[in-house]
Design a protein around this ligand. Structure first.
Ligand code: FAD
Length: 475
């Protein structure tokens, strides 16, 4: 049995509580920041966690234009896969996006760098009188389109959604004094380039610092991550790549709730599944402080698109290419022709048959696409009329089992062939009260828990959120 299985299974009983927050205003993953606000119903406090006045959730794991949150490397994938995907195909088809940057894969910074890189790659084959299509209006597509247009190319951006931004998605809503972010919004020191650019576009940031850990019995210990760092260091020199959970098991350190909560936090930030994540190409481990976006971040994508031809609500379903050019098949049934195309859709989309390439992509590209993994992260933003907590800690960790049944019941033995139960407890929360003065809590889940949470209905999610927050009532 792997190290983390006990903690991963532990939350399987979650959801036993009655619906506590049913009077909230739901919002799902909707990239249209102009959607008008629905007035909040009067909150009805039930139990100890009061009803939130409003909530916003993401559902990236079931979003057909993403199928997850950020690229991750499972055992078997390497940096070479990211580089391979970045290789031009037949001098006509070029790839960018967060799955093509070996330096910062799965990040806004990496996606933006890939947009600059692909413009240089394409220019090595093209002349500036050519027509270039860019598929996807996320930060990679917007950066590529702007760089190519500035170089003189005739650029058309084709985007499946009705707005730009992709996995940078601010829900501009006057009901919210701090606009909810469904996508990337927590940045570390290494992201200074991106946050500076976002700030130039009007984004503001607040530092989230100091953490608190609590469980059913009150205060708890949280792991400082040393065990995980040591396991990765040890495994990085092993003759074969092993999954993070196996590498931790190899250290011989006993299983603990504190470590389970740390792994939940690591998954919430990176989207990894510890059971599959590579230790040769390990995820970045979390630092102590974060800059949290407290205003609209969309200008970093919309500004570069200013003045360009962008076609929204138009999924591309086919890319047909030969040595004379590229024809794009649109979901509308139309076809458009270009000299070259830049494809920036997420790896999760490339792993489906949503876009048919004709001829099929080379084996190397298909191998890279199938080796990489789309990690999962989901967020739920809850706005309360009054705080029900006192702690000034900006980061909360929920440690250990929360219900008496979970505590008492032994770990179920997985039946072969049966779907493994997953700990869905929302173990990581950002408390925006100290940084912004607003009683807003943001729950974050990652990995298999995020996929399970994405499948929940709004009422089930709110029940789970209330259950997960119970240790912080009055704390
Ligand atoms: C919840 C969450 C938290 C994150 N946290 C962080 C973080 O803390 N730090 C960090 O650096 N990064 C974070 N990320 C990752 C970061 O957001 C992404 O790596 C980055 O935004 C990817 O940009 P992109 O342009 O490559 O892809 P995207 O932004 O996904 O853009 C691709 C575009 O292609 C469009 N598209 C898809 N299919 C089609 C089609 N068939 N036809 C036409 N268009 C199509 C999509 O709609 C989308 O607009 C997070 C992501 C999520 C979801």
């Amino acid at each position: 049995m792997r190290f983390t299985r006990r903690t991963l299974l532990r939350g399987a009983g979650a959801g036993a509580l009655a619906v506590l927050l049913a009077s909230c205003t739901p919002r799902t993953t909707d990239p249209d920041p102009s959607a008008s606000a629905t007035p909040s119903a009067t909150p009805t406090p039930v139990g100890e966690v009061p009803a939130a006045a409003a909530f916003v959730r993401s559902q990236w794991a079931t979003d057909p234009f993403a199928w997850g949150s950020r690229v991750t490397r499972p055992v078997g994938a390497t940096d070479a896969d990211l580089r391979t995907l970045a290789e031009p195909v037949a001098e006509r088809v070029f790839f960018a996006g967060d799955a093509t940057d070996p330096d910062r894969p799965g990040t806004v910074a990496g996606a933006r760098a890939s947009g600059e890189r692909v413009a240089i790659d394409l220019s090595a084959f093209a002349t500036t009188d050519e027509r270039v299509a860019v598929i996807g209006a996320g930060i990679a597509g917007a950066t590529a389109a702007r760089t190519l247009a500035d170089a003189g190319y005739d650029v058309t951006v084709i985007e499946a959604r009705h707005a730009a931004g992709g996995r940078l998605s601010t829900a501009a809503d006057e009901d919210w004094p701090v606009p909810p972010q469904r996508g990337a919004w927590l940045f570390g020191a290494e992201d200074a380039g991106v946050t500076t650019e976002m700030a130039l576009g009007g984004a503001t940031f607040a530092t989230v610092a100091a953490s608190a850990a609590r469980g059913a019995a009150g205060e708890e210990t949280f792991s400082d991550g040393t065990v995980v760092a040591e396991a990765i260091a040890e495994a990085s020199g092993a003759p074969t790549d092993v999954a993070l959970a196996d590498a931790i098991a190899e250290t011989g350190v006993p299983d603990s709730d504190a470590l389970g909560a740390y792994l939940a936090w690591l998954s919430a930030l990176t989207g990894i599944d510890p059971e599959t994540a590579s230790t040769w190409f390990a995820p970045e481990l979390p630092g102590g402080e974060f800059e949290a976006a407290t205003a609209d971040v969309s200008a970093v994508v919309s500004d570069p698109l200013d003045g360009l031809t962008v076609t929204y609500s138009t999924p591309v379903s086919g890319v047909i290419y030969d040595d004379t050019g590229v024809s794009l098949r649109l979901a509308t049934g139309e076809a458009l022709t270009f000299d070259r195309v830049v494809v920036t859709v997420p790896i999760g989309v490339l792993q489906t048959d949503a876009i048919a390439f004709d001829p099929p992509l080379p084996f190397a590209h298909r191998g890279a696409i199938s080796a990489l993994e789309m990690g999962a992260i989901e967020v739920v933003w809850l706005r309360f009329d009054e705080p029900f907590w006192e702690t000034e800690a900006g980061l909360w960790h929920v440690v250990g089992p929360l219900t008496p049944e979970e505590t008492a019941s032994p770990t179920p033995t997985p039946t072969p062939g049966a779907e493994a139960a997953v700990d869905r407890t929302i173990r990581s929360w950002v408390n925006l009260m100290p940084a912004t003065g607003e009683p807003i809590l943001v729950g974050i889940v990652g990995g298999p828990a995020a996929r399970a949470v994405a499948d929940l209905g709004d009422d089930e999610l709110l029940t789970l959120a209330a259950e997960s927050l119970a240790p912080f009532v009055g704390a």
